[in-house]
Design a protein around this ligand. Structure first.
Ligand SMILES: Nc1nc2c(ncn2[C@@H]2O[C@H](COP(=O)(O)OP(=O)(O)OP(=O)(O)O)[C@@H](O)[C@H]2O)c(=O)[nH]1
Ligand SMILES: [Mg+2]
Length: 380
């Protein structure tokens, strides 16, 4: 079975997930009843041991249901959010494979064009086509419809290519975790902070938003609004204030009030590289006074609808500061889902989160398997 078939197998029937969850619940209820009976017997024997075994038994089962529900919701988010990409990109692929009865040079030329149009990036596409041709030759493939699955597999391989890609946030064990958000105007920094704060708050963390974008008038108010909407802490100052000193004051507050995660909104404008570099250096110096080494994460926000321009931004930001991951926003609004692969190949940074809408729930941890499923689920 190809990789994509395995992924599809994993996620298909998510509509039935509710049923599955209920089934699991029933099973657990039954097991619990049995366990209760067993336990009441044991109580007579050894009360203390029994309590422990109860604790050990109940936890994983509840987690199992919660996890299943979370996966179900997440797969739906990917499916819904990637509708445009799927319709654009996949319908072209399907039409291509239907039009040709045999794989030949023209077929590959057209495929190349479709992939480039999907923002996969020229170099990535060239390598991809070479590998695909190789595989076609070695395996003696001629039928375009067989090639569909191989195309998806090979796209998947580009991404995972013998590396462990970590989408995990690097948390600070002692004291607050500081995450800096950078990116050019309007990519979705502030919105992403709001969405991530909401997500982390639901995981039980105490969150402080710090508005160090003091460049644009009213920028800090937009962040403040988010903090009120999702009920998390806020610290910020009006435009013209020194961003590093805002970060300093914010971190003092975070320490004093025991915050777990501090999300810092910056004015990541690229118009002046040197100034931005200096500003970020200064901010990191301040953070270093609280946490050795500066920010735990510096996330670069990229707008997926800007395509190759986003790739150039990533390269430029990489020169300026130590970017630890990418958040790709507005994937719901573009037909060009291939940018995820281009970032991996051409920039070499992990995509940690993706934005699939404007609401507070619309940020999700990037998962290549769900992504590939969301993108190609109707293809085979
Ligand atoms: N559809 C969609 N819209 C998004 C997403 N993320 C952000 N947006 C929208 O993009 C616009 C800009 O978002 P902001 O969060 O203000 O961007 P910013 O980077 O903070 O902008 P500046 O502070 O001006 O540099 C807003 O209208 C957001 O609602 C997303 O994942 N999907
Ligand atoms: Mg902003």
């Amino acid at each position: 079975m190809g990789l994509f078939s395995k992924i599809k197998e994993m996620f298909k029937g998510q509509d039935k997930q509710e049923e599955v969850v209920n089934e699991v619940k029933e099973e657990i209820d039954l097991e619990n009843e049995e366990a209760d009976l067993e336990e009441s017997k044991k109580i007579e024997k050894d009360e203390r041991r029994n309590d422990e075994s109860l604790d050990l038994k109940e936890e994983p089962k509840k987690e199992k249901i919660d996890k299943k529900k979370e996966v179900e919701k997440d797969v739906k988010r990917y499916e819904k959010g990637l509708t445009k990409s799927r319709e654009g990109f996949v319908s072209k692929l399907v039409s291509l494979t239907n039009r040709y009865s045999k794989v030949n040079e023209e077929f590959f030329d057209e495929l190349e064009e479709i992939l480039i149009m999907a923002d996969i990036g020229v170099n990535t596409v060239m390598n991809f086509i070479d590998r695909l041709k190789d595989r076609v030759r070695k395996e003696g493939l001629t039928d375009p419809s067989v090639l569909k699955e191989i195309i998806v597999d090979e796209l998947f391989i580009i991404y995972v290519n013998d590396e462990v890609l970590s989408s995990k946030i690097n948390y600070n064990e002692n004291g607050p975790t500081v995450i800096l958000f950078v990116g050019v105007n309007g990519v979705g920094k502030t919105t992403t902070i709001g969405k991530l704060a909401y997500k982390l708050k639901n995981e039980g963390k105490k969150i402080l938003l710090v508005g160090a974008d003091t460049f644009r008038a009213g920028a800090y108010l937009q962040l403040k609004e988010w903090s009120e909407k999702i009920d998390v802490g806020f610290y910020g100052k009006e435009e013209g204030s020194d961003p590093a000193s805002v970060v300093y004051d914010g971190l003092v507050k975070a320490k004093d009030e025991d915050y777990d995660v501090v999300l810092v909104d910056t004015a990541g404008r690229l118009q002046n590289k040197v100034n931005l570099m200096r500003e970020l250096e200064k901010i990191n110096k301040v953070i270093d006074g609280f946490i050795e080494g500066g920010a735990n994460e510096t996330l670069l926000i990229l707008d997926a609808t800007t395509g190759q321009n986003g790739i150039s931004q990533a390269k430029a930001f990489k020169e300026i500061t130590n970017i630890t991951g990418i958040v790709l926003t507005k994937l719901d609004g573009t037909a060009k889902g291939g940018i995820v692969l281009a970032i991996k190949e051409e920039v070499g940074l992990p995509v940690k989160y993706i934005g699939l809408g404007e609401a507070k729930e619309d940020l999700t941890v990037f998962d290549i398997e769900k992504y590939i499923y969301g993108l190609f689920k109707d293809m085979m």
